[in-house]
Design a protein around this ligand. Structure first.
Ligand SMILES: NC(=O)c1ccc[n+]([C@@H]2O[C@H](COP(=O)([O-])OP(=O)(O)OC[C@H]3O[C@@H](n4cnc5c(N)ncnc54)[C@H](O)[C@@H]3O)[C@@H](O)[C@H]2O)c1
Length: 356
């Protein structure tokens, strides 16, 4: 099985390539294609990246080659990690609409080239932001089931990690999903949280303790307040800003910590790459496994009495041919209200200029 990484010379793309090789997800007998844009600085850098990867991993590196044009992208799994990224400086707000306008043409160019010149069964894992827009563009060109955004899986892993941290257990012992939009529109599903080795009563008690009296109705306001507090503190004392996050509940931490990491200038390359490589590994594994991902829905779920036709993050079954099914259990009332509202926002952002 071959993998192509579009935007391989970028901060995230480079880390994805490293982890694909280091975790032996792309075996020696397969090919890793590094894709950059002809005429840009990354077109030179990608040749250097190829040499560096071979230098570091000579014993178990796959065949590594370079492509500089969308119509040369060839692989079984294609990771889309190219595009403009939000500014990573404290206090600079993220304008996802401007990001969308910039990256839309880029998504179209690769989606159409792969549709035209590809094998017809590539699976695309989307990393680029806005994830929902990229999923929408690729799904339209290639077919819905072959395209998965990795944002919901990354958010889900972070949620599990933060819960595990609060309880002093390993992340592997915690289940549960984050759905909705990657970024401020993420929807933590407390109703889906499970713990290895706990009875139902113990689980209910643990969730109540972690979550307190809060519901998702107040979550957007909590996020806005959290960002304001962090933005102010991060200007003068980044360490104190990270320490402040530690005092918050797990769902808020799952959103705030990576947000501040990006603002700090460090970016979230390692964690993002880790979650991306998990999904590539799942596609290669051959079994169908439950993960979370942004997918283009066409009535697979019903919320507030209406079938959903939009892109959103949901738990899905992922396998060698892409995603096959959505596995969303009935939601708590506040979760359903929040997800409906977030899907409304996503739909509006995918079709700017159209009346609601
Ligand atoms: N989903 C997530 O959780 C998540 C997390 C972090 C970053 N991201 C997104 O990933 C993307 C990349 O982020 P980054 O930090 O690596 O940015 P970066 O600026 O370091 O790298 C972007 C790369 O894309 C390349 N590129 C731009 N146009 C291209 C084209 N037409 N063809 C091929 N390559 C092209 C650039 O040359 C550059 O190498 C951004 O959209 C960012 O928002 C997503």
């Amino acid at each position: 099985m071959d993998v192509a990484v579009i935007g391989a010379a970028g901060a995230i793309g480079r880390q994805i390539c490293v982890q694909l090789i280091e975790r032996r997800v792309v075996p020696v007998s397969s090919r890793l294609q590094l894709v950059a844009r002809e005429g840009s600085a990354s077109a030179s850098a990608v040749h250097g990246l190829r040499a560096d990867l071979i230098d570091a991993y000579a014993e178990h590196a796959p065949l590594i080659d370079v492509a500089l044009h969308p119509h040369d992208v060839v692989a079984d799994v294609i990771v889309m990690a190219a595009g403009r990224t939000p500014p990573s400086r404290p206090g600079v707000p993220v304008d996802r609409h401007a990001l969308a306008a910039d990256n839309r043409a880029l998504f179209h160019s690769y989606a159409h080239a792969i549709a035209r010149h590809g094998s017809g069964h590539e699976v695309v894992i989307v990393v680029s932001n806005p994830v929902e827009l990229a999923v929408s563009v690729f799904a339209e060109a290639l077919g819905r089931h072959r395209v998965v955004g990795m944002g919901a899986w990354l958010d889900t892993l972070r949620f599990r990690h933060e819960i595990a941290g609060s309880l002093g257990v390993r992340r592997q012992g915690v289940g549960g999903f984050i759905v909705g939009q990657h970024g401020d529109g993420l929807v933590p599903l407390w109703s889906s949280v499970r713990f290895t080795g706990l009875t139902v009563d113990e689980r209910v008690e643990a969730v109540a303790r972690l979550r307190g009296e809060r519901t998702l109705d107040a979550f957007p306001a909590e996020v806005a307040d959290a960002k304001l507090a962090l933005m102010e503190l991060a200007q003068t004392d980044m360490q104190a800003a990270f320490a402040l996050i530690d005092t918050w509940p797990p769902d808020l931490r799952a959103l705030a910590r990576p947000w501040l990491t990006h603002q700090s200038g460090a970016k979230t390359a390692s964690g993002t790459a880790g979650a991306t490589v998990d999904l590539v590994d799942t596609v290669f594994d051959g079994r169908e496994i439950v993960v979370a991902g942004q997918v283009s829905l066409a009535g697979e779920i019903t919320l507030a009495g209406r079938e959903v036709y939009s892109v959103t993050g949901v738990p899905i079954i992922l396998g060698p041919e892409g995603w096959t099914r959505v596995v969303l259990d009935p939601l708590a009332p506040d979760e359903e209200r929040r997800l409906v509202s977030v899907i409304g926002d996503i739909t509006a952002s995918l079709h700017p200029g159209e009346a609601a």
